[in-house]
Design a protein around this ligand. Structure first.
Ligand code: TXA
Ligand code: MG
Length: 355
């Protein structure tokens, strides 16, 4: 375990290159380097070095049953980490890479099974961030990287979040400011026919349909299907994930009805003497005025991209306020709404309430 974590500021364009070179040298030496991607900060290690990859599981306290995504710097590197690549994978790569789409394909022998939780498949993507790609190129190896948070905690969208969870447990953080997408990549399993989304994320179901008309969405998530899925197809997709420490109640719905449910729940909790917070879009942020509720504004509900960017930071902000209860609601299931729905549900322990 490193004694301290070095923080190296870099611009979004990857300058100064000396910082990138230093981080790349750490990766090549088997170290752990957190770096920005367009989705969230990743915790990187040389994907071809089992001891380095083992360090990721240790630092995050992540179970070995949860597979890691491998990051490469360009599309053409795809055959260096996976095999039996179908035409549709190339088509998706041309359309969405660099970008927030992870393709699950048969793992190449060069990548140790440990990376893939012992499985025969591997998730791979090209991140849309100049710093991430410059780092991977300079390291000269594919980089295994989960989100740079402690296991089950909220993913980091700023270097400060990484340090809050992992300071002293990793070698270095490249700090290039906040992430542009804010929710993780969409994980698409191309080893199934038709392909299935294992985790909704930055590339929407609707966008994927333009290329794979019969692509299947994430399995409807009753506790039972989620648990059997976790074993069978989507290891790591457990229900309590992306979670704050504070109790979180999420109402499934938007508009007046969900807001009324939040107000009702807040009034009841305040009457019990509890400290209450709420995650609300800008338009609704004033609706609890007059109640002693700490509100974190998420951005306009007309811009789900803005809400995605803010979600994890806002959750962390409220989590630090020593509240007893956080209240929120979902934003439909269209476009990025599906990823927000998934993350809010998991953050609430797998349960959504009817408003
Ligand atoms: O946006 C992202 O994907 C970020 C950035 C850093 O790239 N990474 C990320 O990694 O979110 P992580 O480890 O926090 O989540 C990866 C999830 C796993 O928990 C698992 O659910 C799924 O992706 N996954 C990865 N490889 C898989 C595989 N071979 N088969 C099935 N699911 C896989
Ligand atoms: Mg994660």
């Amino acid at each position: 375990m490193p004694e301290r974590t070095i923080v190296l500021p870099v611009a979004r364009d990857g300058t100064p290159t000396a910082a990138i070179a230093r981080a790349a040298a750490l990766l090549r030496a088997g170290g752990l380097v957190a770096f920005p991607t367009e989705t969230v900060y990743g915790l990187g290690a040389d994907a071809t070095a089992p001891a380095a990859v083992e360090g990721i599981f240790h630092a995050k306290q992540r179970p070995h049953s949860d597979p890691l995504i491998v990051h490469v710097a360009e599309r053409d590197a795809l055959p260096s980490v996976v095999r039996d690549i179908p035409d549709v994978a190339w088509e998706l790569a041309r359309r969405f890479w660099p970008g927030p789409l992870t393709l699950v394909l048969p793992r190449a022998d060069r990548i140790p099974a440990l990376v893939a939780a012992g499985g025969e498949t591997l998730g791979v993507r090209v991140p849309d961030h100049a710093v991430a790609r410059a780092l991977i190129r300079a390291a000269g190896v594919p980089v295994a990287a989960p989100s740079a948070n402690r296991f089950t905690r909220t993913s980091p969208t700023m270097a400060a979040h990484v340090l809050a969870d992992l300071d002293g447990r990793i070698d270095c953080v490249l700090d290039a400011g906040p992430c542009a997408v804010g929710v993780e990549s969409t994980v698409l399993d191309l080893t199934m026919n038709p392909p299935r989304i294992l985790r909704p994320g930055g590339v929407t179901l609707e966008a994927l349909r333009a290329i794979i008309s019969d692509v299947r969405g994430p399995v409807e998530t009753t506790e039972a299907t989620a648990n059997s899925m976790a074993v069978a197809r989507a290891p790591g997709q457990m229900e309590r994930h992306y979670a704050p420490r504070t109790r979180l109640i999420v109402f499934d719905g938007e508009g007046g009805k969900a807001l009324n449910a939040i107000r009702r729940e807040a009034v009841a909790a305040l009457a019990r003497g509890e400290r209450v917070g709420a995650l609300l879009p800008d338009e609704e942020a004033g609706a609890l005025a007059g109640l002693a509720v700490t509100v974190a504004a998420l951005g306009s509900s007309a811009d789900l991209g803005a809400i995605s960017r803010r979600l994890y930071a806002a959750l962390r902000e409220l989590d630090e306020r020593r509240l007893d209860l956080i209240l929120a609601h979902t934003f439909g299931r269209e476009g990025l709404g599906l990823a927000l729905w998934d993350r809010l549900r998991r953050a609430a322990g797998g349960e959504l309430r009817a408003p």
